[in-house]
Structures are given as structure tokens and as C-alpha cells.
Write a protein that binds this ligand. Structure first.
Ligand code: CP3
Length: 352
């Protein structure tokens, strides 16, 4: 008979799930697969529940968050769920005036420019985001043995939205601040690291079994500047959940030159976009870390045999890495065909 402290059956199955095993670089029966942006506009069931409700309002409703997070799990049978939220949700929660404009992205009413603006970035506590803890608890109960990935935006990517006021191609204001006033930059990035770290902790303490730190736009920096101006702050975010024992994934776009340093920031798994071959990415990241990726999302629009060949090649390359979680090289495009994503999941999980 089970002792009172024995884990529930789900907890044991969850711990042994292909996704968590791959993150820990343990052998797996099939390569686990999930997709960045697996929830969202590519799904008709998502567009239906989002009708008449704004993105940020939907993120504050635990019932909707749980439903939207579950949609791709039900449809595709992916090996992990990613919490439905956004990288700017914790900023909104501490009072930053911002919105997510459909087709554009996060837009900040008063962009950050000076030392006085630091006062607009107080610490985040669990009490600021009760709907996040509530939604995670609902999800963990519903997901059973399927892991839930919590996430946050990394300091550089968050700063790029705060300083530019919205999405930007070249991050000129952000870089002008970073290079022109490194002291203010470090203060800003330090605040953002504290917020992102607290946001990750809230999700893990409520039951998320892995985290992903998105530094989507950090590929805009050369390695030396990354090491000096960004890595310490991303490391602080990852360190904020180090004691909780969950795998930490770290991802950015166009980060070929930074992969080693992003691993050294404290990641157990490094996310790779499609520009670097998975074998080479794994070499850059080293044997003590797993890799995640990296099918070019554009291949979802290629003829079926071409897609199939590329999926199989990615799975094969991943088998030569110490651990591999299959994913796209970036998010699911809004116009992707869900039937094609179903086929990818089938191929990855069935590739014998
Ligand atoms: O399925 C999932 O991946 C989970 C949910 C998720 C969203 N945003 C939902 C969302 C995650 C993990 C994010 C993270 C996020 N948000 C990142 C990092 C990941 C990446 O793509 O690099 C970034 C840079 C953002 C900022 C952001 N929010 C952008 C660029 C956009 C897209 C704007 C647009 O409309 O094209 C958003 C909005 C957003 N976040 C949507 C979703 C489902 C679309 C809004 C909608 O459906 O109305």
C-alpha cells in the first residue's frame, strides 16, 4: 500500500512524462512535442471564445485561460501545455498602462525614458495576479499527467516594449538607453528581472512543472554586449525559480551567436530557432543542456512530403543531442492549418 507521502498516480506519471524526461536529458520513448503559440488565432475554437473580449481581459479570467490553454492539448495531443497569458501581463498587473493591439502587439501608453520611470516598476507579488494562480490550479487538475509550462518575458525583450512603446524592428531607443546610460539600463533590467522572476515563481508555486523564459528579441545584440548587459539579468530571472526544481527553458529568435551564453544564464534547455542546425546548436549549448526546436514555421505551408522529410530530419538530429523537445523555430503563424500541426505531432510522436 502507498505510504501517505507517496505521490499521487498522476504526479508519478507527470514526473515521468516524455517532456519532463527530455528536459532532464533522460531517455524517452518518443520525442516530446509542443508548439510555441499553440493556443491562439490559428485555432477556430480560440477565435470563438475570444469573440468580444480583449486579449488582456481574457488573460485575467481563469475560466478562459484554462479553456484556451487546453484547446491545443485536446486537439493535438501535444506533450505539454503552455499557459495562456502574455509577457506583458505582469507589467499590466503592477500598473503599467499598456494594451495588446490585435495584429500589432503590446503598446505602452507612456514609454520609459528616464530614472523617474523606474518608480513605475514596483515588485510583483502573487496578490497582484490572483487570476494566474487560480488558472494554473484549474489547469493542473485538468491536465493530469500532461505538464504545464509557465513563462515570462526576459528583461531585454520586456525593456524593448517599454522603451520603444511597442514593437520595433531595430530597437534604436532601447539600444540608445542601454549603451548611452548603462547604469539606468542595469536598474531597469534589474526591476524587470525581479518582476519576471516573481511571475515565474507564482506559476510554479501554483503547480506549473516547467518554465520558459522568452527573450524573443535579444538576437539583436552581439555576444559581448549580451554578456555584459543582459545575461546577468536573465540569470537572475532563472535563478528566482532554481530552488523549485523545475526545468528552465530559455528561448530567443536569431540567437545563433548567443546560444552558449543563454545556456550559461541558467537554462536546462535552450530553445533554438530555425537558423542554426539542431546538431550545431547542441554543440554550442554543450552536453549538460537539452535543446528545443527548431522546425521553420514556414515549412507548415510546404508540400506534405517536404514537411514530413524536414520533421523526420529534426527528430533524427534531436536524437543525437543529450535531450530534445520538438518545437517550431518560433511561434505558430496565425494562418497555419491546424490539420498540418496535427500531422506534425503524429509524425514526431510516432517516428520509430
Ligand atoms: O500558446 C502560447 O504560446 C501561449 C500564450 C502566449 C501568448 N503570448 C499569447 C498571445 C505566449 C507564450 C506569449 C508570449 C509573447 N508575447 C512573446 C514571446 C513569444 C514570441 O512570440 O516570441 C512576445 C514577444 C509577446 C508579445 C506579443 N503579444 C506579440 C508580439 C503579440 C502578437 C500580436 C499580433 O496580434 O500579431 C501578442 C499578442 C498575443 N499573445 C496573442 C496571443 C494568442 C494574439 C492576440 C489575439 O489573439 O488577439
Amino acid at each position: 500500500t502507498a505510504s501517505p507521502s507517496a505521490p499521487a498516480p498522476d504526479a508519478a506519471a507527470l514526473h515521468d512524462s516524455a517532456f519532463l524526461r527530455a528536459c532532464r536529458r533522460e531517455p524517452v520513448e518518443h520525442t516530446p512535442v509542443w508548439f510555441m503559440r499553440q493556443a491562439g488565432r490559428s485555432l477556430p475554437e480560440y477565435r470563438k471564445v475570444r469573440e468580444g473580449i480583449s486579449m488582456l481581459d481574457s488573460c485575467a479570467r481563469p475560466d478562459l485561460v484554462a479553456e484556451i490553454t487546453m484547446q491545443p492539448v485536446r486537439r493535438y495531443g501535444v506533450d505539454a501545455a503552455i499557459f495562456y497569458s502574455d509577457i506583458v501581463v505582469p507589467l499590466k498587473a503592477i500598473g503599467v498602462d499598456l494594451d495588446i493591439v490585435p495584429g500589432v502587439g503590446p503598446v505602452v501608453a507612456e514609454p520609459f525614458a528616464s530614472r523617474a520611470d523606474l518608480d513605475r516598476l514596483p515588485e510583483l507579488t502573487a496578490a497582484d495576479v490572483p487570476y494566474v494562480s487560480d488558472a494554473v490550479r484549474l489547469l493542473v487538475a485538468e491536465l493530469g499527467a500532461t505538464p504545464l509550462i509557465g513563462f515570462a518575458g526576459a528583461p531585454y525583450t520586456l525593456a524593448s516594449y517599454l522603451v520603444e512603446g511597442g514593437p520595433s524592428k531595430n530597437h534604436e531607443r532601447t539600444k540608445a538607453l542601454m549603451y548611452g546610460d548603462p547604469e539606468l539600463w542595469h536598474a531597469l533590467a534589474g526591476r524587470l528581472a525581479a518582476i519576471a522572476g516573481a511571475f515565474l515563481r507564482v506559476q510554479v508555486e501554483a503547480g506549473a512543472s516547467a518554465v520558459q523564459l522568452f527573450d524573443s528579441w535579444v538576437g539583436a545584440l552581439p555576444l559581448a554586449d549580451y554578456r555584459e548587459l543582459v545575461q546577468p539579468h536573465s540569470a537572475a530571472v532563472l535563478d528566482a525559480v532554481a530552488d523549485l526544481g523545475v526545468p528552465r527553458i530559455h528561448f530567443g529568435v536569431g540567437t545563433g551567436e548567443l546560444l552558449g551564453a543563454m545556456g550559461e544564464a541558467g537554462a536546462d534547455v535552450v530553445g533554438v530557432d530555425f537558423r542554426v542546425a539542431l546538431d550545431e546548436a547542441s554543440r554550442r549549448v554543450g552536453p549538460q543542456r537539452a535543446v528545443q526546436g527548431n522546425l521553420d514555421p514556414a515549412l507548415l505551408f510546404a508540400p506534405a512530403p517536404v514537411l514530413e522529410r524536414r520533421v523526420r530530419a529534426t527528430v533524427e538530429a534531436g536524437r543525437r543531442a543529450p535531450g530534445h523537445v520538438f518545437n517550431l523555430g518560433h511561434g505558430v503563424p496565425p494562418n497555419a492549418d491546424p490539420a498540418v500541426l496535427s500531422r506534425v505531432v503524429e509524425l514526431v510522436q510516432g517516428a520509430g
